[in-house]
Design a protein around this ligand. Structure first.
Ligand code: 5GP
Ligand code: ZN
Length: 113
């Protein structure tokens, strides 16, 4: 738990949240400012700043399993979806608690702007 980290507060349920997927190590909830009809954030419950600080093999494997489980829970598997991890300034990261965006419900353009 990192002081003043909004996602730590969500993970610990200090801030109430509707969990769309949850397991021992991860929780998924809707993005405050959705960029697609479905826009969900999946976060580890422990505070990890960016993908570059993710080193625990159990969490590494668990994160991909959790992306899969979240996509299934949201019914995104057949139509497809995009998962995004922004890292630091050039990646456009604004919240420094690792999170996977899951975006779906419309076609995603490539390349990103
Ligand atoms: P980033 O730009 O760091 O990849 O993404 C951060 C995301 O967190 C943004 O899409 C933003 O809308 C979302 N966000 C920021 N604060 C909150 C919050 O308090 N609650 C929720 N649900 N989403 C948030
Ligand atoms: Zn945090």
């Amino acid at each position: 738990m990192s002081e003043n980290c909004i996602f730590c507060k969500i993970a610990s349920k200090q801030i109430p949240v509707e969990a769309l997927y949850e397991d021992d190590n991860f929780i998924a909830f809707r993005d405050l400012a959705p960029q697609a009809p479905v826009h969900v954030l999946l976060i580890p419950k422990v505070h990890i700043e960016t993908i570059m600080e993710l080193s625990d093999p159990e969490l590494m494997a668990g994160s991909i399993k959790a992306v899969q489980a979240t996509a299934k829970a949201l019914n995104l598997v057949e139509e497809g979806f995009r998962t995004v991890i922004n890292c630091r300034e050039n990646g456009g990261q604004t919240v420094y608690h690792l999170h996977f965006h899951l975006l779906g419900g419309r076609f995603m353009q490539w390349p990103p702007g």
